[in-house]
Design a protein around this ligand. Structure first.
Ligand code: NAD
Ligand code: TDX
Length: 331
Protein backbone atom coordinates (compact mmCIF):
# COMPACT_ATOMS: atom_id res chain seq x y z
CA UNK A 1 0.00 0.00 0.00
CA UNK A 2 1.51 3.35 -1.10
CA UNK A 3 0.22 6.20 1.06
CA UNK A 4 0.67 9.92 0.38
CA UNK A 5 0.50 11.89 3.63
CA UNK A 6 0.21 15.66 3.22
CA UNK A 7 1.33 17.93 6.05
CA UNK A 8 3.47 15.13 7.50
CA UNK A 9 6.01 17.57 8.93
CA UNK A 10 3.35 19.27 11.08
CA UNK A 11 2.07 18.28 14.52
CA UNK A 12 -0.60 15.66 13.83
CA UNK A 13 0.84 14.56 10.48
CA UNK A 14 4.29 13.84 11.97
CA UNK A 15 2.74 11.79 14.76
CA UNK A 16 0.70 9.93 12.12
CA UNK A 17 3.83 9.16 10.09
CA UNK A 18 5.56 7.86 13.25
CA UNK A 19 2.52 5.65 13.93
CA UNK A 20 2.54 4.42 10.31
CA UNK A 21 6.18 3.38 10.45
CA UNK A 22 5.79 1.81 13.92
CA UNK A 23 2.52 -0.04 13.46
CA UNK A 24 1.88 -0.43 9.71
CA UNK A 25 5.09 -1.77 8.13
CA UNK A 26 3.14 -2.80 5.01
CA UNK A 27 2.51 0.89 4.20
CA UNK A 28 5.04 2.78 2.04
CA UNK A 29 4.88 6.41 3.14
CA UNK A 30 5.49 9.50 1.03
CA UNK A 31 5.15 12.85 2.79
CA UNK A 32 4.25 16.02 0.87
CA UNK A 33 4.84 19.14 2.96
CA UNK A 34 5.56 22.77 2.07
CA UNK A 35 7.63 23.28 5.25
CA UNK A 36 5.87 26.49 6.23
CA UNK A 37 6.68 28.03 9.63
CA UNK A 38 4.59 25.16 11.11
CA UNK A 39 6.42 22.34 9.34
CA UNK A 40 9.67 20.93 10.71
CA UNK A 41 11.63 18.17 8.99
CA UNK A 42 13.32 17.32 12.28
CA UNK A 43 9.95 16.03 13.53
CA UNK A 44 10.43 13.22 11.00
CA UNK A 45 14.12 12.59 11.81
CA UNK A 46 13.40 9.40 13.82
CA UNK A 47 11.69 7.82 10.76
CA UNK A 48 13.61 9.59 7.97
CA UNK A 49 15.09 6.36 6.57
CA UNK A 50 11.69 4.66 6.37
CA UNK A 51 9.84 7.29 4.30
CA UNK A 52 10.13 9.47 1.19
CA UNK A 53 9.90 13.22 1.83
CA UNK A 54 8.85 15.69 -0.89
CA UNK A 55 8.94 19.42 -0.22
CA UNK A 56 6.12 21.18 -2.05
CA UNK A 57 2.60 22.57 -1.86
CA UNK A 58 -0.71 20.75 -2.02
CA UNK A 59 -1.82 23.60 -4.27
CA UNK A 60 0.85 22.70 -6.89
CA UNK A 61 -1.33 20.83 -9.40
CA UNK A 62 1.47 19.22 -11.45
CA UNK A 63 3.32 17.94 -8.39
CA UNK A 64 0.12 16.71 -6.73
CA UNK A 65 -0.98 14.95 -9.92
CA UNK A 66 2.34 13.07 -10.11
CA UNK A 67 2.42 12.07 -6.44
CA UNK A 68 -1.24 11.02 -6.30
CA UNK A 69 -0.74 9.01 -9.49
CA UNK A 70 1.98 7.03 -7.67
CA UNK A 71 -0.24 6.36 -4.59
CA UNK A 72 -3.02 3.99 -3.49
CA UNK A 73 -4.33 6.31 -0.75
CA UNK A 74 -4.03 9.95 0.32
CA UNK A 75 -4.40 11.21 3.90
CA UNK A 76 -4.68 14.99 3.82
CA UNK A 77 -3.42 16.73 6.99
CA UNK A 78 -1.78 19.79 5.38
CA UNK A 79 -3.43 23.04 6.36
CA UNK A 80 -2.93 26.46 7.79
CA UNK A 81 -4.13 25.52 11.25
CA UNK A 82 -3.98 28.45 13.69
CA UNK A 83 -7.05 30.58 14.36
CA UNK A 84 -5.08 33.58 15.65
CA UNK A 85 -2.99 33.67 12.45
CA UNK A 86 -6.14 33.52 10.34
CA UNK A 87 -7.37 36.69 12.03
CA UNK A 88 -4.16 38.52 11.07
CA UNK A 89 -3.92 37.26 7.47
CA UNK A 90 -6.53 34.90 6.00
CA UNK A 91 -4.94 34.58 2.53
CA UNK A 92 -2.73 31.47 3.07
CA UNK A 93 -5.76 29.79 4.66
CA UNK A 94 -7.76 30.21 1.46
CA UNK A 95 -4.85 29.03 -0.68
CA UNK A 96 -3.87 25.95 1.31
CA UNK A 97 -7.14 24.86 2.89
CA UNK A 98 -9.44 25.53 -0.07
CA UNK A 99 -7.30 25.56 -3.22
CA UNK A 100 -5.01 22.84 -1.83
CA UNK A 101 -7.93 20.53 -1.06
CA UNK A 102 -9.49 21.22 -4.47
CA UNK A 103 -6.17 20.35 -6.12
CA UNK A 104 -5.93 17.04 -4.26
CA UNK A 105 -9.55 16.17 -5.03
CA UNK A 106 -9.02 16.68 -8.76
CA UNK A 107 -6.00 14.38 -8.63
CA UNK A 108 -7.70 11.59 -6.64
CA UNK A 109 -10.67 11.83 -9.01
CA UNK A 110 -8.43 11.46 -12.06
CA UNK A 111 -6.39 8.57 -10.63
CA UNK A 112 -9.19 6.79 -8.71
CA UNK A 113 -7.28 6.96 -5.44
CA UNK A 114 -8.77 6.51 -1.93
CA UNK A 115 -8.82 9.84 -0.03
CA UNK A 116 -9.18 10.65 3.67
CA UNK A 117 -9.80 14.25 4.65
CA UNK A 118 -8.65 15.50 8.06
CA UNK A 119 -10.86 18.23 9.46
CA UNK A 120 -11.90 19.88 12.68
CA UNK A 121 -14.92 20.17 14.98
CA UNK A 122 -14.68 23.96 14.53
CA UNK A 123 -16.67 23.66 11.29
CA UNK A 124 -19.78 23.35 13.51
CA UNK A 125 -19.24 26.69 15.26
CA UNK A 126 -19.57 26.64 19.03
CA UNK A 127 -21.91 25.54 21.82
CA UNK A 128 -23.08 27.44 24.90
CA UNK A 129 -21.55 26.48 28.25
CA UNK A 130 -24.96 25.50 29.65
CA UNK A 131 -26.02 23.50 26.56
CA UNK A 132 -26.04 19.73 27.18
CA UNK A 133 -25.65 19.12 23.42
CA UNK A 134 -22.52 17.88 21.66
CA UNK A 135 -21.61 18.07 17.97
CA UNK A 136 -22.88 15.15 15.88
CA UNK A 137 -22.45 14.44 12.15
CA UNK A 138 -25.89 16.06 11.67
CA UNK A 139 -24.98 19.40 13.33
CA UNK A 140 -25.26 22.23 10.75
CA UNK A 141 -22.04 23.88 9.63
CA UNK A 142 -21.58 27.32 11.23
CA UNK A 143 -17.87 28.22 11.30
CA UNK A 144 -16.68 31.38 13.10
CA UNK A 145 -13.15 32.23 11.95
CA UNK A 146 -11.30 32.48 8.64
CA UNK A 147 -9.53 29.24 9.67
CA UNK A 148 -12.68 27.26 10.46
CA UNK A 149 -14.57 28.64 7.46
CA UNK A 150 -11.86 27.47 5.05
CA UNK A 151 -11.85 24.05 6.75
CA UNK A 152 -15.67 23.95 6.43
CA UNK A 153 -15.39 24.88 2.75
CA UNK A 154 -12.84 22.12 2.19
CA UNK A 155 -15.16 19.53 3.80
CA UNK A 156 -17.98 20.63 1.50
CA UNK A 157 -15.72 20.26 -1.54
CA UNK A 158 -15.02 16.66 -0.46
CA UNK A 159 -18.73 15.90 -0.04
CA UNK A 160 -19.48 17.33 -3.48
CA UNK A 161 -16.65 15.35 -5.12
CA UNK A 162 -18.03 12.17 -3.51
CA UNK A 163 -21.56 12.80 -4.70
CA UNK A 164 -20.84 14.30 -8.14
CA UNK A 165 -17.79 12.31 -9.19
CA UNK A 166 -17.87 9.18 -7.01
CA UNK A 167 -14.57 9.98 -5.33
CA UNK A 168 -13.74 7.30 -2.70
CA UNK A 169 -13.45 9.63 0.27
CA UNK A 170 -14.05 9.75 4.02
CA UNK A 171 -13.94 12.79 6.33
CA UNK A 172 -13.06 13.07 10.01
CA UNK A 173 -13.72 16.09 12.23
CA UNK A 174 -11.63 15.96 15.39
CA UNK A 175 -11.53 18.04 18.56
CA UNK A 176 -8.46 19.80 20.03
CA UNK A 177 -5.30 17.68 19.99
CA UNK A 178 -2.36 17.79 22.38
CA UNK A 179 0.89 15.83 22.54
CA UNK A 180 4.47 15.83 21.19
CA UNK A 181 5.58 18.00 18.25
CA UNK A 182 2.76 20.57 18.57
CA UNK A 183 3.82 24.06 17.51
CA UNK A 184 4.38 26.33 20.50
CA UNK A 185 1.99 28.95 19.14
CA UNK A 186 -0.85 26.64 20.31
CA UNK A 187 -2.37 26.90 23.79
CA UNK A 188 -0.93 23.90 25.67
CA UNK A 189 2.66 23.92 24.36
CA UNK A 190 2.77 27.72 24.65
CA UNK A 191 1.97 27.48 28.36
CA UNK A 192 4.30 24.50 28.95
CA UNK A 193 7.23 26.34 27.35
CA UNK A 194 6.32 29.53 29.26
CA UNK A 195 6.43 27.55 32.51
CA UNK A 196 9.77 25.96 31.58
CA UNK A 197 11.03 29.53 31.02
CA UNK A 198 9.61 30.71 34.37
CA UNK A 199 7.03 32.92 32.56
CA UNK A 200 3.39 33.10 33.69
CA UNK A 201 0.84 31.28 31.45
CA UNK A 202 -1.39 33.54 29.33
CA UNK A 203 -5.14 32.98 29.43
CA UNK A 204 -7.38 34.64 26.84
CA UNK A 205 -10.22 36.54 28.52
CA UNK A 206 -11.79 34.85 31.54
CA UNK A 207 -10.51 31.42 30.46
CA UNK A 208 -13.92 29.76 30.66
CA UNK A 209 -13.87 28.56 27.04
CA UNK A 210 -14.13 24.77 26.81
CA UNK A 211 -12.15 22.54 24.45
CA UNK A 212 -12.65 18.76 24.11
CA UNK A 213 -9.03 17.60 24.44
CA UNK A 214 -7.79 14.40 22.78
CA UNK A 215 -4.27 13.01 22.68
CA UNK A 216 -2.81 13.08 19.17
CA UNK A 217 -2.12 9.31 19.30
CA UNK A 218 -5.85 8.72 19.79
CA UNK A 219 -6.80 11.04 16.91
CA UNK A 220 -4.44 9.10 14.68
CA UNK A 221 -5.58 5.63 15.79
CA UNK A 222 -9.12 6.74 14.90
CA UNK A 223 -7.93 7.79 11.43
CA UNK A 224 -6.42 4.31 10.92
CA UNK A 225 -9.75 2.76 11.97
CA UNK A 226 -11.56 4.89 9.36
CA UNK A 227 -9.02 4.01 6.66
CA UNK A 228 -9.43 0.34 7.54
CA UNK A 229 -13.16 0.01 8.10
CA UNK A 230 -14.83 3.39 7.43
CA UNK A 231 -17.75 3.66 5.01
CA UNK A 232 -16.96 5.61 1.82
CA UNK A 233 -18.69 8.99 1.73
CA UNK A 234 -19.13 9.02 5.52
CA UNK A 235 -18.15 11.65 8.08
CA UNK A 236 -16.76 10.48 11.44
CA UNK A 237 -16.41 12.75 14.47
CA UNK A 238 -13.34 12.04 16.59
CA UNK A 239 -13.25 12.93 20.28
CA UNK A 240 -12.42 11.34 23.62
CA UNK A 241 -14.84 13.01 26.07
CA UNK A 242 -12.15 15.46 27.22
CA UNK A 243 -14.13 18.65 27.86
CA UNK A 244 -12.01 21.01 30.01
CA UNK A 245 -11.97 24.79 30.26
CA UNK A 246 -8.81 26.77 29.60
CA UNK A 247 -8.52 27.90 33.22
CA UNK A 248 -8.56 24.25 34.38
CA UNK A 249 -5.84 23.40 31.83
CA UNK A 250 -3.63 26.24 33.09
CA UNK A 251 -4.21 25.33 36.73
CA UNK A 252 -3.37 21.65 36.07
CA UNK A 253 -0.14 22.73 34.37
CA UNK A 254 0.68 25.07 37.28
CA UNK A 255 0.21 22.13 39.65
CA UNK A 256 2.44 19.87 37.53
CA UNK A 257 5.14 22.58 37.67
CA UNK A 258 4.66 23.07 41.43
CA UNK A 259 3.49 26.67 41.02
CA UNK A 260 0.65 28.54 42.74
CA UNK A 261 -2.85 28.14 41.26
CA UNK A 262 -3.14 31.92 40.58
CA UNK A 263 0.30 32.29 38.99
CA UNK A 264 -1.00 33.20 35.49
CA UNK A 265 -2.04 36.31 33.51
CA UNK A 266 -5.36 37.15 31.88
CA UNK A 267 -4.57 38.66 28.46
CA UNK A 268 -6.66 40.07 25.60
CA UNK A 269 -9.37 37.74 24.37
CA UNK A 270 -9.46 36.36 20.80
CA UNK A 271 -12.00 38.23 18.61
CA UNK A 272 -14.97 35.96 17.86
CA UNK A 273 -13.62 33.39 20.37
CA UNK A 274 -15.65 30.15 20.20
CA UNK A 275 -17.02 29.31 23.65
CA UNK A 276 -17.28 25.53 23.71
CA UNK A 277 -16.59 22.50 21.54
CA UNK A 278 -17.84 19.00 22.43
CA UNK A 279 -17.82 15.85 20.31
CA UNK A 280 -20.25 12.93 20.22
CA UNK A 281 -18.00 10.18 18.82
CA UNK A 282 -20.57 7.38 19.08
CA UNK A 283 -20.48 6.53 15.35
CA UNK A 284 -16.73 5.95 15.57
CA UNK A 285 -17.02 3.93 18.77
CA UNK A 286 -20.11 1.89 17.81
CA UNK A 287 -19.50 1.29 14.09
CA UNK A 288 -15.75 0.99 14.02
CA UNK A 289 -15.07 -0.23 17.54
CA UNK A 290 -12.56 2.55 18.26
CA UNK A 291 -11.74 3.74 21.77
CA UNK A 292 -9.06 6.13 23.06
CA UNK A 293 -5.92 4.98 24.84
CA UNK A 294 -5.44 8.21 26.86
CA UNK A 295 -8.41 8.49 29.21
CA UNK A 296 -6.79 10.54 31.98
CA UNK A 297 -6.06 14.11 30.78
CA UNK A 298 -3.63 14.87 33.60
CA UNK A 299 -1.50 11.80 32.78
CA UNK A 300 -1.44 12.80 29.11
CA UNK A 301 -0.49 16.37 30.04
CA UNK A 302 2.33 15.18 32.29
CA UNK A 303 3.73 13.04 29.45
CA UNK A 304 3.49 16.08 27.16
CA UNK A 305 5.31 18.29 29.70
CA UNK A 306 8.07 15.64 29.87
CA UNK A 307 8.32 15.64 26.09
CA UNK A 308 8.78 19.44 25.89
CA UNK A 309 11.30 19.31 28.75
CA UNK A 310 13.27 16.69 26.84
CA UNK A 311 13.06 18.37 23.42
CA UNK A 312 14.06 21.98 24.05
CA UNK A 313 16.25 21.97 20.91
CA UNK A 314 13.08 21.28 18.88
CA UNK A 315 11.02 24.23 20.18
CA UNK A 316 13.52 26.80 21.45
CA UNK A 317 14.36 28.37 18.04
CA UNK A 318 10.71 29.49 17.58
CA UNK A 319 9.97 30.70 21.13
CA UNK A 320 11.10 34.35 21.04
CA UNK A 321 9.38 35.08 17.70
CA UNK A 322 6.10 33.44 18.81
CA UNK A 323 6.00 35.52 21.99
CA UNK A 324 6.95 38.73 20.12
CA UNK A 325 4.01 38.13 17.76
CA UNK A 326 1.56 37.59 20.63
CA UNK A 327 2.87 40.72 22.35
CA UNK A 328 1.69 42.78 19.34
CA UNK A 329 -1.94 41.86 20.08
CA UNK A 330 -1.55 42.06 23.85
CA UNK A 331 -1.77 38.28 24.19
P1 NAD B 1 0.21 22.14 11.81
O1 NAD B 1 0.05 23.59 11.55
O2 NAD B 1 1.02 21.69 12.97
O3 NAD B 1 0.84 21.42 10.53
C1 NAD B 1 0.43 21.73 9.22
C2 NAD B 1 1.46 21.15 8.25
O4 NAD B 1 0.99 21.42 6.91
C3 NAD B 1 2.84 21.79 8.37
O5 NAD B 1 3.85 20.79 8.31
C4 NAD B 1 2.93 22.70 7.15
O6 NAD B 1 4.26 22.89 6.67
C5 NAD B 1 2.07 21.95 6.16
N1 NAD B 1 1.51 22.81 5.11
C6 NAD B 1 0.93 24.04 5.26
N2 NAD B 1 0.57 24.53 4.06
C7 NAD B 1 0.91 23.59 3.14
C8 NAD B 1 0.80 23.50 1.73
N3 NAD B 1 0.24 24.49 1.00
N4 NAD B 1 1.24 22.37 1.10
C9 NAD B 1 1.80 21.37 1.82
N5 NAD B 1 1.97 21.40 3.14
C10 NAD B 1 1.53 22.51 3.80
O7 NAD B 1 -1.26 21.54 11.89
P2 NAD B 1 -1.85 20.35 12.76
O8 NAD B 1 -2.28 20.86 14.07
O9 NAD B 1 -0.94 19.19 12.67
O10 NAD B 1 -3.18 20.04 11.94
C11 NAD B 1 -3.20 19.05 10.91
C12 NAD B 1 -4.60 18.90 10.36
O11 NAD B 1 -5.48 18.51 11.41
C13 NAD B 1 -5.19 20.19 9.80
O12 NAD B 1 -5.94 19.86 8.66
C14 NAD B 1 -6.10 20.71 10.91
O13 NAD B 1 -7.15 21.47 10.38
C15 NAD B 1 -6.58 19.41 11.49
N6 NAD B 1 -7.00 19.45 12.90
C16 NAD B 1 -6.14 19.92 13.86
C17 NAD B 1 -6.52 19.89 15.20
C18 NAD B 1 -5.59 20.37 16.29
O14 NAD B 1 -6.00 20.40 17.45
N7 NAD B 1 -4.34 20.74 16.00
C19 NAD B 1 -7.78 19.41 15.55
C20 NAD B 1 -8.63 18.95 14.54
C21 NAD B 1 -8.22 18.95 13.23
O1 TDX C 1 -2.05 31.66 24.71
C1 TDX C 1 -3.20 31.23 24.56
N1 TDX C 1 -4.11 31.40 25.56
C2 TDX C 1 -5.40 30.93 25.47
O2 TDX C 1 -6.18 31.11 26.42
C3 TDX C 1 -3.62 30.53 23.36
C4 TDX C 1 -2.64 30.32 22.22
C5 TDX C 1 -4.92 30.06 23.29
N2 TDX C 1 -5.78 30.26 24.31
C6 TDX C 1 -7.14 29.67 24.23
C7 TDX C 1 -7.90 29.87 22.95
C8 TDX C 1 -8.75 28.61 22.88
O3 TDX C 1 -9.91 28.76 23.66
O4 TDX C 1 -6.95 28.25 24.35
C9 TDX C 1 -7.87 27.54 23.53
C10 TDX C 1 -7.10 26.68 22.55
O5 TDX C 1 -6.47 27.56 21.63
P1 TDX C 1 -5.62 27.03 20.36
O6 TDX C 1 -4.55 26.11 20.84
O7 TDX C 1 -5.26 28.18 19.52
O8 TDX C 1 -6.69 26.06 19.67
P2 TDX C 1 -8.14 26.34 18.98
O9 TDX C 1 -8.29 27.73 18.53
O10 TDX C 1 -9.17 25.77 19.92
O11 TDX C 1 -8.00 25.41 17.66
C11 TDX C 1 -7.33 24.13 17.74
O12 TDX C 1 -8.26 23.08 17.77
C12 TDX C 1 -9.01 22.84 16.60
C13 TDX C 1 -6.37 23.94 16.57
O13 TDX C 1 -5.43 24.99 16.55
C14 TDX C 1 -7.12 23.85 15.28
O14 TDX C 1 -6.22 23.58 14.21
C15 TDX C 1 -8.12 22.75 15.37
O15 TDX C 1 -8.93 22.75 14.23
Amino acid sequence: MRMLITGGAGFIGANFVHQAVREHPDVRVTVLDALTYAGDRSSLAPVADAITFVEGSVADAALVDRLVGESDAVVHFAAESHNDNSLNDPSPFVETNLVGTYTLLEAVRKHGVRYHHISTDEVYGDLALDDPAKFTPETPYNPSSPYSSTKAGSDLLVRAWVRSFGVQATISNCSNNYGPYQHIEKFIPRQITNLIDGVRPKLYGAGLNVRDWIHVEDHNSAVWAILDRGRIGETYLIGADGETNNLQVVQTLLEVFGRDADDFDHVNDRPGHDMRYAIDASRLRDELGWSPGFTDFRTGLEATVDWYRGHEAWWRPAKAAVEAKYAQTGQ
